[in-house]
Design a protein around this ligand. Structure first.
Ligand SMILES: [Zn+2]
Length: 91
C-alpha cells in the first residue's frame, strides 16, 4: 500500500487521491507556440528517480498539492507543498 502524505490530512492510502501528473510550469497563454503547448500537455519526463508530481486529495480536504517522489523507490519526500505555492503562484 502506498501512503501519500497530504499536507492537510496527513498520510493516507493512495486510493483516496487522484494522480494529476508531473508538476511543471504552464506556458504563457499569450506567448506560447503550439509546440510549447504540445510539450506541456503531452510530453512527460517520466524519469527513474526524483519527480515533482501534482496530487488531488479527493476523499479528504479536496486540495491539490505538489510533492516529490522517487519513482524508482516509490517513496515520497517531505514535506508536500500546496500546488499554487509549488508553482510559484500566490495562493
Ligand atoms: Zn487532504
Amino acid at each position: 500500500m502506498l501512503l501519500v502524505p497530504c499536507p492537510n490530512c496527513g498520510p493516507r492510502n493512495a486510493a483516496d487521491f487522484s494522480y494529476v501528473g508531473e508538476a511543471k510550469a504552464r506556458p504563457d497563454p499569450n506567448a506560447a507556440t503550439p509546440e510549447e503547448w504540445r510539450d506541456y500537455l503531452y510530453m512527460k519526463d517520466n524519469p527513474a528517480g526524483r519527480l515533482r508530481e501534482t496530487w488531488y486529495c479527493r476523499s479528504g480536504c479536496r486540495q491539490y498539492f505538489v510533492l516529490e517522489r522517487d519513482t524508482a523507490a516509490n517513496r515520497f519526500a517531505d514535506p508536500p507543498l500546496p500546488a499554487a505555492e509549488a508553482d510559484g503562484e500566490e495562493a
